[in-house]
Design a protein around this ligand. Sequence first.
Ligand code: NAI
Ligand code: MG
Length: 353
Amino acid sequence: RTLRIGLISGDGIGKEVIPAGRRILEALPASLGLKFEFVDLKAGWETFQEQGVALPDETVSILKSDCDGALFGAVSSPTTAVKGYSSPIVALRKKLDLYANVRPVKTVVSAPRPIDMVIVRENTEDLYVKEETTRDTPDGKVAEAVKRISQRASSRIATIAGEIALRRQKIRAAGSPSIHKGPLVTVTHKSNVLSQTDGLFRSTAREALAVPRFGEVAVEEQIVDSMVYKLFRQPEAYDVIVAPNLYGDILSDGAAALVGSLGLVPSANVGEGFAIGEPCHGSAPDIQGQGIANPIATLRSAALMLEFLNEEAAAAKIYAAVDANLEEGKLLSPDLGGTAKTEEVVQDILRRL
Ligand code: NAI
Ligand code: MG
């Protein structure tokens, strides 16, 4: 099978880590029967300065018609609003209907407090439909926002969370060390207060996960505020967490803080038959050009993309090579307290692969 992968490096360290993502895909063993073709695509702040748009139409049309998946590095955003500029990743999620944002947060198994969870965030609705209004009243201004929750979006996000739980179990069963015994999905909401919106999310997610093919998956619920508490007190208790957009956004950034560096945390934006792997970090202007960016978030994002393209065996190989580098702890980049350059970390992981 040949996979065509769009490479959107973007700005800053995006240009340093995306080539590492390409190299790890190219280095996968031939026995997997996977080949890759790459196409470099533009987006971001530099692109905006050159072309007047942050996400050229060409990038979108090539991704749509010609690619199986993509890797997205990072883009710089101006600190004050600039006319005509809007975030290319947000636009891409909309244009390609990438309805799930998937963020695994994982330490090595031998960590004093091992963590291995994935947060599955609904990515198309909730308060982020951005339908806000402000009106004047005798008591001053009042602003309101729509929180939209649909059965369709809630059902498909819960379904993909169930699928992810099953796949994680499969990868574990294939010999990858883990702290979890069986697949577990935790449905997060605040339906005790928002009985209609979050109530619909809760009941729809429950139903979607109650079907026979998820029979093996344990399902539990957690109110979002106590979820935050437990996430920090007992992070090892979680396997797959599914949440509406706003809670998912907050939980996934909070969870990323549990593992020490943004340079370790991958994500994927997932739609029907398409996935974009994207490290969680930004363009890191403070370290750009020094060759010291941690490539691991991007390498894991490449693996995560492969998972959603149904190439689990290939993904598992990348995860294992990255974990072995971290377990040994000899060639670590400066964000992890080491002195290794990006290139040395990549070389070490390629050797293990
Ligand atoms: P950032 O994630 O770029 O950096 C935060 C801190 O983490 C910095 O000290 C940076 O050096 C460090 N860091 C991040 N990734 C690292 C890596 N791979 N290896 C080692 N250290 C790493 O966030 P910041 O500084 O708030 O934003 C910088 C620019 O990135 C801004 O223009 C912002 O708009 C943009 N940004 C873009 C994102 C995206 O493309 N998805 C996400 C977050 C920020
Ligand atoms: Mg966020």
